[in-house]
Design a protein around this ligand. Structure first.
Ligand code: BDR
Ligand code: CA
Length: 310
């Protein structure tokens, strides 16, 4: 049995690998891809999603553009990690995958209602599109099997001392989604910082020898360089595919039930995710939180998916 999934993303190097892990995985059926302004403005993230799928030969999945910016705040981007066009490194081809004329929320709504079974949503950027959907079409919440989101952290941040980038960009959207009652899993930096693109991983992907793998190897070169320059992490953490792994291969990621609250007001801590792993606040748990990763199994899954693509 495959799980139908919608991927909402802001490519971004690691978002590309999230798309590939999902598209190449036998446990998942990607029914739609939607984009959001995040790592770079929407125009680039949308084009990059189409390029990622085109390179991989995935031509049968509709791609629609969503929100250009967060619900209430101005957009913050991350060119410092991903380059001006969001996919620094390889020469980017013209995408052959077309842009669907629907908005992201229209496409998601159509995909949810067309499916015979509940559809999972994997979000790997600021979670604005999903918040808009749940705000404007609350009757569709029951059609969502669950939401798995890469973002936040049980520890410190990467965009401010306490906020992870996707959470920082649109904390109001995150708060709305967490409160929606739809099953929600947060896959934060505390686990994605284990998914390091080591020299061995780079060799493992390059050795696949396909067009997709070659493109991926060039993405890794750039991504590891910027992570080294900015964070002193030459083995850059490939955050977003870890969220895909939660659904594709649940044995890979350990999750725990916990209370998750989002800081909206803090002058220094907006976007921080407060995860009460020790039940200090005695509040009702409202989320699943990733707390462990089988690193070897994760990379084997990524490599196997990439190898199934063009
Ligand atoms: C997240 O922020 C983005 O730069 C990455 O694509 C990932 O989704 C990591 O903090
Ligand atoms: Ca992302």
């Amino acid at each position: 049995m495959t799980i139908p999934v919608i991927i909402d993303c802001d490519p971004g190097h690691d978002d590309v690998f999230a798309l590939w892990l999902a598209a190449g995985h036998p446990a998942l059926d990607v029914v739609a891809v939607t984009t959001v302004g995040g790592n770079v403005p929407l125009e680039f993230t949308t084009r990059n999603a189409r390029i990622a799928l085109s390179v991989a030969g995935v031509t049968d999945v509709p791609v629609a553009a969503g929100a250009a910016g967060p619900l209430v705040r101005p957009l913050q981007t991350a060119e410092w990690i991903h380059g001006e066009n969001g996919l620094g490194g390889p020469e980017l081809p013209e995408p052959t995958v077309p842009l669907d004329p629907r908005t992201a929320t229209e496409l998601i709504a159509d995909a949810l209602t067309a499916s015979a079974e509940p559809v999972a949503v994997i979000a790997t950027g600021p979670i604005t599109n999903i918040a808009i959907l749940l705000r404007d079409r609350p009757e569709l919440a029951g059609c969502i099997r669950e939401i798995v989101w890469m973002g936040g952290s049980t520890e410190r941040g990467n965009a401010t001392p306490y906020a992870e980038f996707n959470a920082l960009v649109d904390p109001e959207a995150l708060d709305l989604v967490v409160r929606s009652g739809v099953r929600f899993t947060m896959v934060g930096l505390n686990v994605t910082h284990l998914a390091l693109v080591t020299p061995a991983v780079r060799e493992q992907i390059a050795a696949i020898g396909t067009a997709t793998a070659g493109f991926g190897a060039e993405l890794f070169d750039f991504f590891c360089r910027t992570n080294d320059e900015l964070f002193g992490m030459p083995d850059g953490p490939l955050h977003d595919p870890v969220a895909v792994a939660v659904l594709a291969d649940p044995c890979c990621v350990e999750v725990r039930r916990a209370r998750l609250d989002v800081e909206l007001l803090g002058t220094e801590t907006a976007g921080a995710t407060s995860v009460d792993l020790d039940d200090m606040l005695a509040r009702e748990p409202n989320a699943w939180v990733a707390v462990g990763l089988d690193v070897e199994r994760f990379w084997a899954g990524v490599a196997a998916s990439v190898a199934r693509l063009a």
